[in-house]
Design a protein around this ligand. Structure first.
Ligand code: PMP
Ligand code: GLN
Length: 390
């Protein structure tokens, strides 16, 4: 039997690989981005209620009406007017929304601009569609918001090729960069000028500590060409629920729904009921979330800095990219070394890069963990540092 080769070269994801190794060796997992605590009681209680009430059958394909309405209300509050039933699609996590958008909107051979380092599912989805990534690099830039800046010359050169779409991610995984208004205006202007669609991944929209999150769909000329993607996972510390959504004008929505109906058809009904409750959370829920994560960011950032990592606290997300130049190893070697000798798991950022020369001088460390987990990991790292010859 010949093997299918469409996805040749895509093995288990770096997250699955490092998490499996972490549990084999008993390492503390600061690698894969999932909280080691559960989501808020009021949301879990809503899910229990929905199950008890018997909401056990398929939901409407593009989402439970009340959830589409809650998502549209949220968009509206951010200056993105949308029709809940014609322009909002509930998906199985942001991952499915991104895949449905790429598969529904990009043809074989189309070029798609990707900001690298790039979240791994983007390249997987592009490969499934037969589309080709055109990388534009986000580079360390001391002094810029969060310490990273988009290479605008490279962006303009890529956009001049008139790609089909641009895949944007802000707040950005893995760097923690939050793209500022000037950068987003340049991206938006290039999309409009060259008639390029934008697929905007905003799953970390609520996790911003410095600057502000701006949805690119709110910028001039962008509403009609943008698919805005988000999910419940990061905002409600419920990554395992896989409730996500895509918001886009109806012609784009029709194209992505045509894919969604065959990828998953619909998404877990009782969890959609609970998602409605989640999205009705009062503003102090979000303030509490941000202040808890900001404190963990600061704890991890100062702990890593005191051990010789180069740290610029991230403006958003729950990841720190910590420079490892002082340790004389590249990122993969450092990940192996820390797993074996410190008992702490982190992610090698070269896995997020298309250019094999990039991403070797830092590691990604997640702080979406209980403070006691971060303290325990820092204690292990201090012990490792004390044992390691200078
Ligand atoms: N985009 C980015 C940038 C992510 O970090 C993640 C990881 N959760 C996703 C998308 C996937 O989100 P979900 O779990 O909702 O599918
Ligand atoms: N988004 C998570 C991260 O970046 C991982 C999600 C996954 O494992 N696919 O760590």
């Amino acid at each position: 039997m010949p093997e299918g080769n469409r996805m040749a070269g895509f093995g288990p994801s770096v997250f699955a690989e490092v998490s499996a190794r972490a549990s084999q060796v008993g390492a503390i997992n600061l690698a894969q981005g999932f909280p080691d605590f559960d989501g808020p009681d009021f949301v879990r209680e809503a899910a229990r209620r929905a199950i008890a009430e018997g909401h056990g059958q398929y939901a409407r394909t593009h989402g439970l009406p009340a959830l589409n309405e809650a998502i549209a209300a949220r968009c509206h509050a951010r200056g993105m007017a949308c029709d809940p039933h014609a322009e909002v699609t509930v998906t199985s996590g942001a991952t499915e929304a991104l895949a449905a958008a790429v598969l529904g909107l990009c043809e074989h051979g189309d070029e798609v601009v990707v900001i690298e380092p790039a979240y791994d599912s983007y390249l997987g989805s592009l490969r499934m569609a037969g589309a080709r990534p055109l990388p534009v690099t986000l580079r360390p830039a001391r002094g810029a918001a969060g310490g990273w800046a988009l290479d605008l010359d490279a962006l303009h050169a890529a956009m001049a090729r008139k790609p089909r779409a641009l895949l944007l991610n802000t707040p950005h995984n893995p760097t923690g960069a939050v793209l500022d208004r000037t950068t987003l205006a340049a991206v938006a202007e290039a999309c409009v000028r060259h008639d390029v669609l934008c697929i905007s991944d905003e799953v970390y929209e609520e996790l911003v500590y410095e600057g502000e999150h701006i949805s690119i769909a709110t910028m001039p000329g962008m509403a009609e060409r943008t698919v805005t993607v988000s999910s419940l996972g990061k905002t409600f510390s419920l990554t395992g629920w896989k409730i996500g959504w895509a918001v886009a004008p109806s012609p784009l929505t029709r194209a992505l729904r045509a894919v969604h109906q065959f990828l998953t058809f619909s998404t877990a009904t009782p969890l959609q009921h609970a998602a409605v409750t989640a999205l009705q959370a009062a503003p102090d829920y979000y303030d509490g979330l941000r202040s808890a994560f900001r404190a963990r960011r600061d704890l991890l950032a100062s702990g890593l800095a005191s051990l010789g990592f180069e740290v610029e606290p991230p403006a958003g997300t729950y990841f720190i990219c910590a420079g490892i130049r002082d340790f004389g190893m590249d990122d993969r070697a450092m990940v192996d070394h820390l797993l074996t000798h410190a008992g702490v798991a982190v992610i090698p950022p070269s896995a997020f890069h298309l250019d094999p020369a990039l991403g070797h001088d830092y590691v990604r460390v997640a702080f979406c963990k209980r403070p006691e987990t971060l303290d325990a990991a820092l204690a292990r790292l201090r012990d490792w540092r004390a044992r390691r010859p200078a």
